[in-house]
Design a binder for this molecule. Sequence first.
Ligand SMILES: *Cc1c(COP(=O)(O)O)cnc(C)c1O
Length: 416
Amino acid sequence: MKPLPRKAFFDTPPTAGLPLQLRDLLPGGDSDLSAALARFLGVEQVHLESSGTAALVIALTALKRLSPIRTTVIVPAYTCPLVALAVAQCGLELQLCDLKPDSLDLDPSMLKALCNEQTLAVVPTHLCGRISDIDPALECARAVGAWVIEDAAQGLGSRVGGHSIGTRSDIAFFSLAVGKGLTIFEGGALIARDETVRQALRHASQTLAQPKPWLELKRSVELLGYAALYRPTGLRLAYGLPLRRALKKGDWVAAADEYFSLPITLHQVGSWRQAVGVRALKRLPDFLAQQRVQAEHRLKRLSTLSGLVPLEGHEGEGSWPVLLVLMPSRKARDSVLEALWGNGYGLSIPFVHALPDYHYLNTTLTYKPPVECQEARRLAGRILAISNSPWLSEADFDVVYAAIEEACHAERMTRS
Ligand SMILES: *Cc1c(COP(=O)(O)O)cnc(C)c1O
């Protein structure tokens, strides 16, 4: 497929982030974001941390203290590389669990085989807001006395049976980073069911996350920059330019902004950014409801394409930063990316590789054998993310749809 012409003066954000308003940025007001998030999630307490990854570091540190002889953390073989880095930062061993075929869920039989008395925690993940079946993780972990930490980084506002995701596990974390729905530029939220665990989280947080005024100032300036540029014209500068530069070099890891490194910094979130979050949070329920309607309508259209697997996730009210689909082959997926990635239509991929295939990380991360991730690799080669931003108009979606349709059609032709 030929690259399609770039949209003029316009870049759709790759995910549906909640835009900030000028009045969100005013000084003063309620600056207790933890309390506001606790009300929003319907839980007793929320611990605010400096990022989703920082929240995971705090969670693992707390659990290490509660179960000192356990040393292994089981994570999905296809997930955000920051998750693996958080485990490494805590000096714990990483064990990869493969996915079920054509699914974002952990493979239950492999998970069962991997869990043992060394397992500290299992990390089932609601990738891109798609609700994951966490029952196998809860069962396998309970059977060996391990903990469950739900990675709900992109799932703030997702509900199952009227309850927020994350409330059935021991611990869950949400990200407040750019591109993840509600954002304070960088931030994370932790919840835990049990008071003993909450106490351990508080202790870990007080020990590891100190105030860092200079870093907080930097984050505040970045949040102002986000508020100014998070619109289709501004994103050309902040997102489109570096993306196109990376794509020109053929560096997909840079294009997906996935060069991460240790150490993960932890610090306290200042009161101005918290107040911005409190004000923006009031608009989140309506925003999520609107994105759900758009996602449902567009997924219905995509589900008519033969050879395409839409990833809808489990029953419940999910959050929809993107629509996820699996193309029939890597070739078909790459042809759509070549036509549209970087051209302003909000097309991207959640993560470029299965974890062991990030070669730049192989000096930092080691995985406990067996390293089996065949399904994660198959998924990584076929997955596409279509932005569910309100700025991706119906006409723009038609362009994306047509490119996907053409690639699926070409695939059927080569197969028959
Ligand atoms: C973004 C993300 C994280 C990390 O969150 P940050 O706030 O960026 O540190 C962890 N897991 C998943 C699945 C993510 O998408």
